[in-house]
Write a protein of this length. Structure first.
Length: 104
């Protein structure tokens, strides 16, 4: 995923679609990071998507510009798997977005 949203507001919005490629029901958390993968404060609705096998869900992410004219972020969907197994499994799919503030 890549995108270049533009906004006249003090924040910009991106709508992503989270999908579950697994044969079992899974949960996915949506997180926002800067270009160095530090967490960014953002409004995510819903922050956790519960999906059935091969299911999809639309998620709205609103990120503030924090006074900048351009903001580069990564929006990631991260698989939340149970801890009942001894192995650690983590999935993460990210998209890059370069937003431009076009307000006056």
């Amino acid at each position: 995923m890549r995108g270049e949203p533009r906004s006249v507001m003090d924040s910009f919005a991106v709508r992503i679609v989270v999908g579950n490629p697994y044969k079992e029901k899974q949960q996915f958390a949506v997180q926002v990071y800067d270009e160095k993968f530090y967490p960014v404060a953002a409004h995510i609705s819903p922050p956790i998507a519960k999906l059935g096998p091969n299911g999809t869900r639309s998620v709205l992410v609103v990120v503030p510009f924090d006074g900048a004219l351009k903001r580069r972020v990564r929006i990631c969907a991260e698989g939340l798997f149970g801890t009942e197994t001894t192995s650690q499994l983590r999935t993460q799919v990210c998209g890059k977005f370069l937003a431009t503030h076009i307000g006056s």
